[in-house]
Design a protein around this ligand. Structure first.
Ligand code: GDP
Ligand code: MN
Length: 385
């Protein structure tokens, strides 16, 4: 909370006139939608929502990506609901699936074990590939080359409020790199070793964090000089030096890593508005490569959300991050609702909200938003609901 208020302000309060805002020049930006043909219906739901609440005024283009071929049905299906230009891209196998340097059998075995352990999506090979694609490759796709900014859109999401200004333009004007709507805690069993590698990256590349790293740390009791010294000796300088990667995740007590422990907090990446050049930077790619070589995308089920978040923690400052606290947004059972957001904030972790809804609460929230009149619709039909 302190971090967000000190370094980051809401871009606009209340509803502006989007038709006025849309007279300004656009940013060099696009929506990015990764999807499979069978997700058409969910994608259309998301398109209807973003068009109704934003893109009917701003007409940003869409880039649809798929590891397979999009069907004619999918292409014409989404084009019925998009007011901006659409492009459809196939993802090259070099960006999806197991790379040459990994033993495919070992990786598959690792994935099967996670399935046996009932880790969420752990046994689903395609999900691992999707997470790795969104961690280290989407920004290299040829259809994104010409863009400076992207806004990630997933199937079956919902925006509740009209977005009456151009968030890309505001991100640029305010010198922001990465924007989010929801921060939540990751399922521990999907990332048992992720933090050790992220911390090892910081040491190996001598990265001095700029204050955001602390957001991802469990609060620590005051340490005595003595315990710090002991810790120093038990930490290897670089954990990962072998290219064999996945077979060599060393068993080191994560609690002994510089005395730092990951609090599992991460920006939920199914929504993101961010600068592509940050992902394309040498620093980010060094980070991704080091994480990748560990094999954690297969031997564990690292999501792209904690990857993006820990990279941000290592490489960005709080002032580079924007919390879109004014966007009403839902993905499956978790949502951010601007009306009551402050009350939901956790005092310990800036940004973190309690946002999980059960079915009954979800229906209640839907009814609430259907009737709420927080900011009465203006003549042009704009309203925050
Ligand atoms: P969740 O949000 O973590 O429950 O995961 P999703 O199933 O929504 O997947 C995240 C995103 O990746 C969505 O945009 C999906 O459409 C997309 N996605 C997941 N798996 C695949 C896949 O195997 N192929 C393609 N083309 N897209 C996928
Ligand atoms: Mn999803």
């Amino acid at each position: 909370r302190k971090i967000s208020e000190k370094h980051d302000r809401v871009f606009a309060t209340g509803c502006l006139n989007p038709e006025e805002a849309a007279k300004q020049p656009r940013a060099n930006a696009a929506f990015v939608v990764l999807a499979r043909n069978q997700e058409l219906e969910g994608v259309v739901q998301s398109l209807k929502s973003i068009e109704r609440h934003f893109n009917r005024w701003f007409h940003y283009p869409y880039v649809f990506l798929n590891d397979g071929d999009f069907s004619e049905e999918f292409i014409s299906g989404v084009q019925n609901y998009t007011s901006g230009k659409t492009e459809f891209g196939k993802i090259d196998p070099s960006m999806w699936g197991f790379p040459d340097w990994v033993d495919h059998e070992v990786a598959k075995e690792g994935i099967n074990k996670q399935g046996d352990a009932v880790i969420m999506y752990g046994g689903m090979e395609s999900y691992h590939h999707m997470c790795r694609f969104y961690s280290g490759f989407f920004y290299k796709h040829e259809l994104l080359e010409k863009y400076e900014w992207y806004w990630r859109l997933e199937p079956e999401i919902k925006y509740f409020c009209d977005i009456t200004y151009d968030p890309f333009v505001e991100m640029a004007r305010n010198n922001k790199t990465y924007g989010f709507t929801i921060a939540v805690k990751e399922l521990k069993e999907t990332v048992p070793n992720i933090f050790r590698y992220a911390a090892a990256y910081k040491r190996k590349y001598k990265v001095n964090s700029q204050g955001l790293w602390e957001m991802f740390l469990e609060p620590q009791p005051e340490q005595t000089k003595e315990t710090e010294d002991t810790r120093e000796k038990t930490i290897p300088n670089v954990i990962l030096e072998t290219e064999a990667g996945h077979q060599n995740i060393p068993e080191i007590d994560p609690d002994n890593m510089e005395g730092e422990k990951y609090n599992m907090c991460h920006f939920w990446s199914n929504f993101e508005i961010a600068r592509l050049d940050w992902f394309r930077s040498q620093e980010y790619n060094d980070f991704f490569n080091m994480m990748d070589r560990s094999g954690g995308f297969w031997m564990e089920r690292w999501g792209d959300a904690p990857i993006h978040s820990l990279a941000a923690g290592a490489l960005l400052a709080p002032k580079d991050i924007h919390y879109f606290r004014d966007f009403g947004y839902r993905h499956t059972t978790i949502q951010h609702c601007p009306a009551n957001a402050p009350a939901r904030q956790s005092p310990n972790i800036p940004y973190l909200e309690k946002t999980t809804l059960n079915e009954k609460e979800r229906i209640e929230e839907d009814e609430y938003w259907a009737t709420a009149n927080l900011d009465p619709p203006k003549e042009n039909g704009v309203g925050c609901r």
